[in-house]
Design a protein around this ligand. Structure first.
Ligand code: ADP
Ligand code: MG
Length: 701
């Protein structure tokens, strides 16, 4: 059949009037037949199974039982009556309960007559009951067709109120199939279908909406998930290939004296193998004719900065300028201090540009960038301003990318006639699972090894009731000359309360750690930035031993002498934040500690988070747990990525299918890079269509 009929507007489907059409559009984004066809059920009620009363289990969701009602009575309660029936089969009995429609039920229920009941169970101790069961007389049930898996469609309150119930959706779906028939154009290459033993498209669509068995449903789901992931990967991998072919990069052909002299004479330590590998990967990119677009992942403290510097030196060696951007002034300043120190003996002009750079200095920087006297600029968003022009920007490095928006990255591309090479560094480990689908068109380097001699941070979880012991421990560490962070949560919605918690905490710490023996710094979001900097500075110079702070210190701060991190109300932090905070310690030679304080009241998720932190310090492992707990929706980058818009596949749960899809995409494109062979014609057409529509993931790089 022709697939054009699928483009028919939903108004034309029999059973859909103007009102329903409006609702389907506004509530479910169903505009066409095709949209309806692709409105997949959220879940299925398994009505293929019949349970005996003695088989019921707490974790069974909806169950179906055959039996009889042997008595029925009204139970009076303060809050209104309920109707209770005793339902029995040959293995036992359960109660059926009604709160609404009691009179009608009472009148119509037939005692001692076989029924099939279906519904959810509530448990009271060991006794299950079923509120408001669906009931059907056994002979009727045997004749009806609803004996298989019953699809449950996505719905909204409004749809329910306006009478578009699941039953109605079901009918519309049947109508749809009777209008369009059951044959759909195949979209996957035939050879793939055969090799993977996939069901054809028509069978898949039919069984996703009207599955006759678990097995057929599973096959339909696999096929549709595979197809969805296949075409996403096809886009990403294809885009990567295209970029490599088309976007000309600045050729950094030589490794010159800046790089060599620094590497041989000024490198303060030898690189880890992971660092060496990554530098090689970057060098290969820069030396090829394509533009580099690389993501560098490395846990906190893994040594990304030196890799950034070496890359910038390569730019300088080839006559280009380089910039390094950080999300906050403190971090930019810290990078500047660190890098300036490293290259001070080389003839390199390096400057810092932030929001608080004074006008005269700013003017000079602008001039020097434009005439090429300035080699390396380190800064914040200030670098992106339109006024900032480069003579020849060759490499832009962005640290802690998640604070930078996509639009801002796009600005970088325009700072040079040929787009500069771009290196994005992040300490937020992105699970490989997700990286593959999010950044399928980016190249990814990973520093998966910490510099030698680092002692893992000892992490423990303590309840608030043990606070005195914790204070005692802090005093012992301070005696040894160490410094301590005490961090409080800062969550936007309850900022006021957080502020109060912080201040209460601060006061009790001041009482516990009195002057003059102890000096305390405090930094929080409500302070002026000069005051913040002043307090940070005091801690940095070890004039204070304790830093009380909200999460403003989260990213990148490097104070090796600080060896204790206390996190208050740790149950309120997300895993990646906890991991970032812990990364502030363990940067020096001493044993470091992270103490997670919490109340006794913990949700299961909070427990898992704290246990994970205690058990592992591997950022990737933590990220995987985080992904499982929260789903991809809350992870950085996913909002813009469109990965949430998947219709049927689930990035986390269907990871194996994703891998398979990616493997086959690569194979297909290797064999036929332009999808020019006849067996790939349909895939070609679909890819072209997809590339035309602005898919959210087209914005990632
Ligand atoms: P991050 O990846 O978190 O940005 P940094 O680049 O700030 O990490 O490095 C953390 C610390 O480790 C710095 O003090 C740095 O000088 C040091 N470091 C980096 N690489 C090495 C190495 N190969 N050997 C020893 N120390 C290193
Ligand atoms: Mg860093």
């Amino acid at each position: 059949m022709s697939n054009n009929i699928l483009q028919t507007e939903i108004d034309y489907l029999k059973g859909v009037g103007p009102n329903r059409a409006d609702l389907l559009r506004s509530e479910l984004s169903v505009y066409t037949y095709q949209d309806l066809l692709q409105l997949f059920p959220n879940r299925y009620l398994d009505r293929t199974q019949y349970y005996k009363v003695n088989q019921l289990q707490r974790n069974s969701s909806e169950v179906q039982i055959i039996g009889k009602v042997i008595n029925i009575k009204t139970v009076e309660q303060k809050r209104g009556n309920r109707l209770v029936a005793t339902f029995v089969d040959d293995t036992g009995e359960i109660e059926l309960v009604w709160f609404r429609g009691q009179r009608w039920m009472r009148d119509s229920l037939k005692l001692n007559t076989p029924y099939v009941i279906f519904g959810k169970l509530n448990w009271y101790g060991n006794n299950p009951n079923m509120p408001h069961p669906e009931m059907e007389l056994l002979p009727d049930h045997e004749q009806s067709i609803r004996t298989a898996m019953q699809p449950i469609y996505p719905s909204t309150e409004k749809l329910g109120n306006k009478g578009i119930t699941n039953r109605v959706m079901n009918k519309l779906m049947q109508q749809l199939f009777s209008e369009v028939g059951q044959r759909f154009r195949e979209t996957l290459p035939k050879s793939l279908i055969e090799e993977l033993k996939l069901v054809d498209k028509g069978t898949a669509f039919f069984n996703i909406h009207f599955p006759k068995s678990q097995e057929l449903l599973a096959k339909a789901q696999y096929r549709l998930k595979f197809e969805e992931l296949f075409f996403i990967q096809l886009q990403l991998v294809n885009k990567k290939l295209l970029r490599k072919q088309k976007i000309k990069g600045l050729p950094f052909q030589q490794v010159g004296s800046f790089f060599n002299e620094f590497y041989n004479d000024h490198l303060p330590f030898s690189l880890t193998n992971a660092q060496k590998r990554v530098v090689k990967e970057i060098r290969r990119d820069l030396g090829s004719n394509a533009q580099m677009n690389r993501l560098l992942q490395g846990d906190v403290g893994s040594g990304k900065t030196i890799v950034a510097l070496l890359s910038m030196l390569l730019a300088l060696d080839n006559g280009f300028q380089a910039c390094l951007m950080a999300p906050t002034e403190i971090l930019a300043q810290q990078h500047y201090n660190g890098l300036f120190d490293l290259v001070k003996d080389l003839p390199i002009n390096t400057k810092l540009l932030t929001g608080s750079t004074k006008t005269a200095a700013r003017k000079e920087i602008h001039e020097q960038l434009e005439n090429g006297e300035l080699h390396i600029i380190i800064g914040t968003h200030a670098v992106l301003e339109d006024k900032v022009k480069f003579k020849n920007l060759g490499l832009a490095i962005i640290d802690e990318q998640h604070r930078f928006g996509v639009a801002q990255r796009a600005k970088l591309w325009k700072k040079n006639a040929i787009p500069p090479h771009i290196l994005v560094m992040t300490a937020t480990p992105i699970p490989r699972t997700l990286a593959m689908s999010l950044y399928g068109d980016l190249d990814v380097s990973v520093i998966d090894e910490l510099p030698p001699g680092r002692k893992p941070v000892k992490t423990v979880h303590r309840f608030d009731s043990n606070r005195l012991k914790v204070f005692h421990f802090i005093k012992e560490e301070i005696k040894k000359g160490r410094q301590v962070y005490i961090v409080y949560p800062l969550i936007q919605e309850s900022e006021k309360m957080d502020y109060k918690d912080l201040m209460d905490g601060y006061e009790s710490i001041v009482r516990e750690f009195p002057l003059p023996e102890y000096q305390i710094s405090i930094v929080h979001g409500k302070m002026k930035s000069e005051d913040k900097d002043y307090e940070m500075e005091r801690f940095f110079k070890a004039e204070t031993q304790i830093m009380v702070a909200t999460t403003v210190i989260e990213v990148g701060v490097n104070i090796p002498n600080a060896s204790v991190m206390i996190i208050e109300s740790a149950e309120r932090f997300g895993l990646s934040q906890l991991h970032q905070l812990r990364g502030r310690v363990g940067r020096g030679a001493d044993q470091s500690y992270c103490i997670l304080m919490s109340s006794h009241k913990l949700t299961n998720d909070a427990k898992t988070r704290l246990e994970t932190m205690v058990q592992t310090s591997d950022g990737f492992e933590i990220a995987e747990v985080d992904l499982k707990l929260r789903g991809p929706g809350d992870l950085m980058g996913t909002q813009q990525s469109g990965i949430l818009n998947l219709r049927i596949a689930d990035i986390v749960k269907d990871n194996d299918i994703l891998k398979t899809a990616r493997y086959y995409v690569q194979r297909v494109l290797k064999e036929d890079p332009n999808l020019a062979l006849p067996q790939h014609a349909t895939a070609r057409t679909i890819l072209d269509q997809l590339m035309q529509t602005k898919q959210p993931w087209n914005y990632i790089s």
